[in-house]
Write a new protein. Structure first.
Length: 149
């Protein structure tokens, strides 16, 4: 049977059915978000007990209480987690394989070297982009100034 407008037979259905383009492998973003939220909630609500420091939450008896070490630690941890997030976000295609030149192919295929490569991959080529380095240094400096002043 021919298609009336083209004088050709229509394409089979399996040619038209393709997987959607938005289906991608799982991304580490939800896991990283859960990690950050867990650490931050733990520090905000239990940090004063963990570090044996005065509580930084507002006391109704003293409404003009001064900033505490408790919230300074929370702020420092938040900023440092964001800096490490910037480093990890440099890997666009989730390619965590990294093989140093001094390691053979056979040795690099072993599990310990895959783990080492996954930790080293975000640091490869960091100093080739000086704008990125200046953002990291500027953020760290601003955070240090905000905490110390």
């Amino acid at each position: 049977m021919f298609h009336p407008l083209t004088q050709q037979s229509p394409l089979p259905v399996d040619v038209w059915v393709t997987p959607p383009h938005w289906v991608t492998p799982p991304h580490p973003l939800p896991g990283h978000s859960i990690y950050q939220l867990t650490v931050m909630f733990l520090l905000v609500f239990y940090g004063d007990v963990m570090f044996s420091i005065p509580n930084g939450r507002m006391d109704p008896d003293y409404p003009t209480s001064i900033p505490s070490q408790h919230y300074t630690i929370v702020f420092n941890v938040f900023v440092l987690m964001q800096l490490f997030n910037e480093l990890n976000a440099r890997i666009i295609n989730d390619n965590l394989t990294y093989q140093p030149a001094c390691i053979s192919d056979k040795r690099a295929a072993s599990l310990p070297w895959k783990i080492v490569g996954a930790f080293c991959r975000p640091l490869v080529g960091v100093f080739t982009n000086m704008v990125f380095v200046s953002v990291l240094v500027g953020t760290t400096t601003a955070q240090d100034v905000l905490v110390e002043v």
